[in-house]
Design a protein around this ligand. Sequence first.
Ligand code: ADP
Ligand code: CDP
Length: 206
Amino acid sequence: MIVTIDGVAASGKSSVSSGVARALGVPYVSSGLLYRAATLLGLEAGLELQNAPGLLAYLQIHPLRLEPLAGGNRIWQGERELTGELHSTRVDAGVSVVAALPEVRAWVDAQLRALPSPFVAEGRDMGTNVFPHAGAKFYLTASPHVRAQRRAQERPEDVPAIEAALIRRDALDRVQSAPAPDAVVIDTGPLTLDGVIQTILAQLPE
Ligand code: ADP
Ligand code: CDP
């Protein structure tokens, strides 16, 4: 079975997906890391981020490999691990431009659909576009302020700057971020991380 966990930026998707996946004994799959890795390579190659043919040609020559583990996903370009470089402010600022390119979305979707199930998939459009027949679908939300406070624990930036960047990225990602009509929407604001994980586990089909 495939479980999808979508949601807005910093709503807890990867932490929650990791917890649910570990409880189920399956991997989780972070679609955002593929968009982030494509963005990093585009920036490093000096490409205009809107240049879909240039980016796709580069990705054909330097293929990326997503390693979906329950504890945390890793991304490789050959022998080089990119994972640690994908959550920079520079990648955050450019990724929505790359993710708006239909060619890049098709490239990500093909990689995700080729993965052997079962797994938990997290992102924006896992339950709508990529795995519409998933066995269970969830959508995480929280206010921008709560999300910024959480992210500020992980990064050396202040809450207002993070909050402004999250609101900007939410707006740029709006097109692909609508919840699936059959997704269970969870406001994670009043819950602990474990509370969100247990809420999801309790609603999974037998
Ligand atoms: P996303 O993958 O949506 O960007 P993350 O999984 O990186 O989100 O979560 C952002 C941070 O919020 C993490 O440090 C996570 O541990 C923390 N967090 C704190 N409380 C919660 C909660 N109730 N639900 C989800 N995440 C939470
Ligand atoms: O963790 P966070 O929500 O901050 O970001 P992410 O899930 O790693 O996604 C990074 C970016 O990739 C998002 O801001 C979107 O632009 C894009 N993305 C997308 O368009 N579709 C997905 N399924 C996943 C990510």
